[in-house]
Design a binder for this molecule. Structure first.
Ligand code: HEM
Ligand SMILES: [Cu+2]
Length: 539
């Protein structure tokens, strides 16, 4: 690292020590957050390259870029990399690691060494999955459905599965660390209901990680045993049940979509409050809605299996439960909107991402209700409607929230500002590119274009061309932050401790924070978003 760039006149976590070892052996939660930032950014680029190749293949009806076999591997590896190596770790391991201790006024996480271990475990698991990719890839879909994954596929299923198994331990350890930290290390005065909503979201996410990830681990071990020894867990010929796999898989993977979206919801709560200078409307409801989502999220996995052969009554129950889990999400959207109402809203970069999140997440959520309705689901299952729906949640929601948080906290993490105009341009370009990419896919799916096919009838071409064009625009939208954020490390104006005039303990310590976060333990005397009181005092 160029030492000049960070040679601000005081000691902080970045310049406290130098050299590779000081990073690879660090127990500072902030440095570990940056290690994760580096790793998952690389994985995002990799997953993005796969996405680009998928979209190029779908530019023409016969699909002349890659073979059908290669295409299967492309969408599988895109899914695996984006979900397990980027989205699931993203906000918890970068922003959670960096900000959970600071936002509760603590010096570090409860178990700093365990935290470093989480990063190593993540990287070791990642290496297995990368190994599967360079040795020819995997063709099962990121869902690894049996019996194909256990009996038929000749691709490198085991290496990828082992990698995901190992990365799971990283999620579990990070989750445990956050739960213990939030329970035991809050500064004096930081009661549960004075906690910023980002922390409630981190807490709820950690619960899912700790309770859900072991189920994924068991599922993967079962696939491994079945592949190696034909135990008959999933193979009907030996009395097993292939659907058992889907139950186990979705019992983890549905809650996992909340591992991806809850952290973003937490960030959006921070951003909406900070940039409309108001307390979050119905703070307690928003806090509890995170917990409700974490709990209800475990009850609805069956909506992924409506057409897999479940009884009508089973399907009806899962349908109702799926509608119920939408309620706490709707509570959040309603309360953010109510917060904006009559707020003094300013449209800086992080806020644009937050507003983008609300719009796109709302579309993703509403189309989720379509899918939870039995009749519609039977029509659009395994079509591009589903692909559009989950990208609205995972990219339009989760990724927008991630980028919003990255822009909001960047000055705190690096001590430098980025050019806000470029930030706003990037946010708008991403938003437009996103809609151009994924909105046509709702129509494609409704018209019957199946997902996971490398070729399609000519009448679907126009919408696919729009989608691929949109993906290019979106790619530019992601490239811009990569450039100006790097630029800001050296040339960005020095950020003060609180460039947004925001509430929260993280803005009371210098940017970048000193190694132990605060010179003396802060004492909290007011609610998390006491913007109204400040404004009233000034008036
Ligand atoms: C965080 C970002 C993203 C996540 C989590 C994500 C996740 C996924 C998942 C899980 C699949 C399903 C793969 C399968 O059917 O097995 C998928 C498919 C796909 N994704 Fe993404 N994706 C992301 C970003 C993108 C982007 C940026 C693009 C476009 C540029 C894109 C385009 C596609 C396409 C075209 C498919 C193929 C659908 C199919 O053939 O079924 N994805 N993605
Ligand atoms: Cu689900």
């Amino acid at each position: 690292m160029d030492t000049d760039t960070l040679a601000l006149p005081r000691t902080h976590y970045l310049n406290a020590e130098f050299g590779l070892a000081s990073w690879l052996l660090t127990t500072d939660h902030k440095r570990i957050g940056l290690l994760f930032l580096g790793s998952i950014s690389m994985f995002f680029v990799l997953g993005g390259i796969f996405a680009g190749m998928i979209r190029l293949e779908l530019l023409t009806p016969p699909g002349d870029l890659v073979s059908d076999d290669t295409y299967n591997k492309l969408f599988t590896m895109h899914g695996i990399v984006m979900i397990f190596m980027f989205l699931i770790p993203s906000i918890p391991s970068v922003m959670g690691n960096f900000f959970v201790p600071i936002m509760i006024g603590a010096r570090d996480l409860a178990f700093p060494r365990l935290n470093l271990l989480s990063w190593y475990i993540f990287m070791i698991g990642g290496c297995f999955t990368l190994y599967a990719i360079v040795t020819g890839g995997v063709d099962t879909g990121w869902t690894f459905y049996t019996p194909f994954s256990t009996m038929a596929s000749t691709s490198n299923v085991m290496a990828a599965a082992v990698g995901i198994f190992i990365m799971g331990f990283s999620s579990i350890l990070t989750g445990l660390n956050f739960i213990v930290t939030i329970h035991t290390m809050r500064a004096p005065g930081m009661t549960w209901f004075r906690m910023p909503l980002f922390l409630w979201a981190m807490y709820a996410t950690s619960l899912i990680n700790v309770l859900g990830t072991p189920v994924l681990a068991i599922t993967i071990v079962s696939v491994a045993l079945e592949r190696a020894f034909h135990l008959g867990i999933f193979d009907p010929a030996y009395g097993g049940d292939p659907l058992l796999f889907q139950h186990l898989f979705w019992f983890y993977s549905h809650p996992a979509v909340y591992i991806m979206i809850l952290p973003s919801m937490g960030i959006v709560s921070e951003l909406i409050a900070a940039f409309s200078r108001k307390n979050i409307f119905g703070y307690t409801f928003v806090a509890f809605s995170s917990l409700a989502i974490a709990v209800f999220g475990f009850l609805v996995w069956g909506h992924h299996m409506f057409v897999a052969g479940m009884s009508v009554y089973g399907a009806m129950i899962f349908s109702v439960l799926s509608f119920l889990v939408a309620v706490p999400s709707a509570v959040k959207v309603f309360n953010w909107t109510a917060t904006l109402y009559k707020g003094s809203v300013s449209y800086q970069t992080p806020m644009l991402y937050a507003l983008g999140f609300i719009g796109l997440f709302t579309i993703g959520g509403l189309t989720g209700l379509f899918l939870a309705s039995l009749g519609i689901d039977v029509h659009v299952t395994d079509t591009y409607f589903v692909v559009a729906h989950f990208h609205y949640i995972m990219v339009g929601g989760a990724l927008m929230g991630y980028l919003g948080g990255l822009h909001y906290w960047w000055p705190k993490m690096t001590g430098r500002m980025y050019p806000d105009l470029w930030g706003r341009v990037a946010a708008v370009v991403t938003f437009l590119g996103f809609n151009l990419t994924f909105f046509p896919q709702f129509i494609l799916g409704y018209l019957g274009m199946p997902r996971r096919y490398h070729a399609y009838p000519p009448e679907f071409q126009a919408l696919n061309v729009l989608s691929t064009a949109g993906a290019s625009v979106m790619g530019i939208g992601y490239l811009m932050p990569a450039i100006y954020l790097f630029w800001s490390l050296k040339y960005g104006p020095i950020a003060g401790p609180n460039p947004w005039g925001a509430k929260g303990l993280e803005w009371t310590t210098p940017s970048p924070p000193p190694t132990f976060n605060f010179d003396e333990t802060p004492v909290v005397t007011e609610p998390a978003y006491a913007y109204d009181t400040v404004e009233k005092k000034l008036a």
